[in-house]
Design a protein around this ligand. Structure first.
Ligand code: NAP
Length: 247
């Protein structure tokens, strides 16, 4: 394995765990981040300390020019073998009757448009129809896509519903061109995303609602992402895989 894996939002939380796991599997990792350069640099240093290879590239997936830049930097690093569309945001807890157009545009732009634009760039490089050698794409959805998140963030849930549909459609579009496309639906995972929604202890507070009675770890999601990226999943495409403790 000497190919490149891009992990958007690869600097913290699930993305960080995925970046480290991909490096362990021999990928050269491109760690995307939006603004926290120190966190991205720390992931690169951790990879290098284990004799892996990684670079950090600033890329707000809400900005098309950033995405194009991210993939150009990845091209300089090596041949692209994997894309993990991990970057995603929530917003403050709100009912739909309180949501502004600006909030909705930001949410959809980052979570949905950003993921599709990254996939566009990946397909251009991986597809055998474009002279590529194939590859894998893993999208981060959420169990929110099935629960709807009423009273919390229906907009976020809807953005992840779009990711599920996109996963199935793109998988079927490119499955004969050497590219597998799958998604993970994490449940309640212990990361900083809950604080960015204004409720740092949200996951722990809801742990009792999970059939396994606990929140999940970023590593438990990364393990599933890495399996989908691996040849062990060579006949798996268009699948949406719940990793949610039964939730
Ligand atoms: P997190 O801890 O909040 O980390 C977010 C990561 O994404 C950071 O590296 C951050 O970089 C980056 N990021 C934020 N906005 C970005 C943007 N506009 N463009 C590019 N990168 C951006 O998030 P997480 O909990 O690990 O979530 C990762 C993914 O899993 C998301 O798609 C999320 O929806 C999904 N998910 C999470 C949970 C959960 O319970 N945690 C559950 C279901 C699904 P900076 O540090 O530079 O801002």
């Amino acid at each position: 394995m000497n190919s490149v894996a891009i992990v958007t939002g690869g600097s913290r939380g699930i993305g960080r765990a995925t970046s480290l796991a991909a490096a362990k599997r021999g990928y050269k990792v491109v760690v995307g981040y939006a603004s926290n350069k120190a966190a991205a640099d720390e992931v690169v240093a951790a990879v290098e300390a284990s004799n892996g290879k990684a670079i950090a590239v600033k890329c707000d997936v809400g900005i098309e020019a950033d995405i194009v830049h991210l993939f150009k930097e990845a091209d300089k690093f090596g041949k692209l073998g994997a894309l993990v569309n991990n970057a995603g945001v929530v917003d403050k807890t709100a009912r739909v009757d309180q949501m502004s157009a600006e909030r909705l545009a930001r949410m959809m732009n980052i979570n949905v448009v950003g993921s599709i634009l990254c996939a566009r760039e990946a397909v251009k490089r991986m597809s055998t129809a474009h002279g590529g050698e194939g590859g894998v794409i893993v999208n981060l959805s959420s169990v929110a896509a099935t629960l709807g998140s009423p009273g919390l963030y229906v907009d976020y849930a809807a953005s992840k519903g779009a990711i599920d549909t996109f996963t199935v459609g793109l998988a079927r579009e490119v499955s004969s061109e050497g590219i597998r496309v799958n998604a993970i639906r994490p449940g309640l995972i212990d990361t900083d995303i809950h604080a960015s929604g204004g409720e740092p202890d949200r996951a722990q507070k809801l742990a009792h609602t999970v059939p396994m009675k606990r929140v999940g770890t970023a590593d438990e999601i990364a393990n599933a992402v890495i399996w989908l990226m691996s040849d062990e999943a060579s006949y798996v495409t268009g699948t949406i895989f719940d990793v949610s403790g039964g939730r």
